[in-house]
Design a protein around this ligand. Structure first.
Ligand code: NAD
Length: 402
């Protein structure tokens, strides 16, 4: 097996940062792309080395390692954590293993990147946030993979809100719409089982939009009122290999134990009102993450399916020529863009993982806390728990635990 990343590609002598990744399917491929590319685009204080990848199927994980440029393959994540050439453990497995792997990695002195949602329960997330705080005192860092913060237009939206261009926020309107579950014969993959995924559209899509809304608004949710629904309650059991988003159904059937959709309203601590919609049943919508913010002085609007664009209405302009205008977020002065292509040559989904890797490498090298932290991931988990509690109590307004 080749070791393409072991070379000092940059030739600048920057010290290596050995990455060990657990899980090698959808997010495994996306993170691999991020780690492989980041040092070729950005100047970094440390040079990521794709040291080892881990999965349970030896042949499959070795094939993945070859394809994506990982130097070694492991079949037990404990062995991956013990490797001397692994400085940072990147967790790309379903939620039921996040806590166990992250706690072991932090205890072993490693930095950690963990996919979202941070965990399957608030209790697990509390343990992880506590361990990350203790590890921080030992010079380790831990971050959650809410990658949509790393879309340049989302980061620009955050800075425009922070500059006060919207004035006092009144509304935050967010939806994350997919349609991959509309076929009732789609198999019962791990994403549809509570013990594996924690929750359904809520923990998967809802976690993203709660984090993004709070990040862009710069405010936190005080409480929520929610509805959840499971439209198809029984599905074929998967036959053969399956990932969360793909697989074939076999003869047997099993119960879907998570939500298919979650809708909730929320109140920010500052009084702004928010609405959230997360669904896997929005027929025709593939990955439409939309956020709009309305403030006293202006509005912003973004859709992930057109991720190089941010729409801005400056409410202080005369009505005669005010209106939403498109900002093409590809200028070198926009977040992350100076390192990429000339203006107008847009970026895509995969670049968020490059940016995530960039920010994390800087935090490791500079000893700063990367964001979102495990404490931020825990706070999102508490919002998700409040949503589930509210939905179980006929949508009664439920405070988010602090
Ligand atoms: N940031 C994003 O945009 C985004 C998108 C999709 C998924 N995710 C998150 O990423 C995580 C993984 O999701 P996915 O879609 O990549 O799932 P997937 O089904 O495509 O891949 C899961 C991988 O984990 C491996 N795995 C499971 N248990 C393991 C164990 N005990 N030891 C070693 N490997 C194990 C599987 O073999 C597989 O390689 C989830 O937490 C999910 O919520 C994030």
């Amino acid at each position: 097996m080749g070791q393409p990343e072991q070379r000092d590609e940059a030739g600048d002598g920057s010290p290596p940062l050995g990455v060990g990744m657990v899980g090698y399917a959808f997010m495994g491929a996306a993170h691999s792309q991020g780690w492989r590319t980041v040092g070729r685009v950005f100047d970094l204080p440390r040079r990521p080395v794709l040291a080892a990848v881990c999965g349970r199927d030896g042949a499959a994980v070795r094939a993945m390692a070859d394809r994506h440029g990982w130097a070694a393959a492991e079949t037990d994540w404990r062995a991956l954590i013990e490797r001397d050439d692994v400085d940072l453990v990147d967790i790309c497995t379903p939620g039921d293993s996040h806590a166990e792997i992250a706690l072991a990695a932090l205890a072993a002195g490693k930095h950690v990147l963990c996919e979202k949602p941070l965990a399957n329960t608030v209790e697990e997330a509390e343990a992880m946030a506590g361990a990350a705080e203790a590890a921080r005192a030992r010079g380790q860092v831990a971050m959650v993979g809410f990658n949509y913060r790393r879309v340049p237009a989302a980061a620009l939206a955050r800075s425009m809100v922070a500059e006060g261009r919207l004035g006092e926020l009144r509304h935050v309107r967010v939806a994350y719409l997919q349609d991959w579950l509309t076929d009732p014969e789609f198999p019962l993959t791990w994403r549809l089982r509570k013990e594996a995924a924690g929750s359904g559209a809520l923990g998967d899509l809802g976690a993203h939009i709660v984090d993004l809304a709070q990040y862009v608004a710069g405010e936190r949710l005080a409480g929520v009122s929610a509805l959840t629904e499971t439209f198809v309650r029984e599905r074929p059991l998967p036959e053969g290999a399956s990932s969360g988003l793909s697989g074939a159904g076999g003869a047997g059937r099993g119960a879907v134990t998570v939500d298919d959709a979650a809708l909730f309203t929320g109140r920010f601590t500052t009084g702004a009102l928010a609405s959230f919609e997360a669904t896997r049943y929005a027929t025709g919508r593939k990955n439409a993450l939309r956020i709009e913010l309305n403030g006293a002085r202006g509005s912003l609007s973004f859709d992930l399916e057109r991720l190089n664009e941010l729409w801005y209405h400056d409410g202080t302009e005369p009505d005669t020529h005010a209106g939403f205008r498109r900002i093409l977020v590809t200028e070198p002065d926009h977040p992350y863009l100076a390192a990429w292509w000339p203006p107008g040559h847009g970026l895509g989904y995969e670049h968020t993982f490059v940016h995530q890797a960039r920010d994390l490498v800087h935090a490791v090298a500079e000893g700063t806390q990367p964001l979102p932290s495990f404490a931020d991931g825990l706070q999102v988990q508490r919002v998700l728990a409040a949503v589930e509690e509210s939905a179980a109590k006929n949508s009664v307004f439920t405070s988010v635990a602090v």
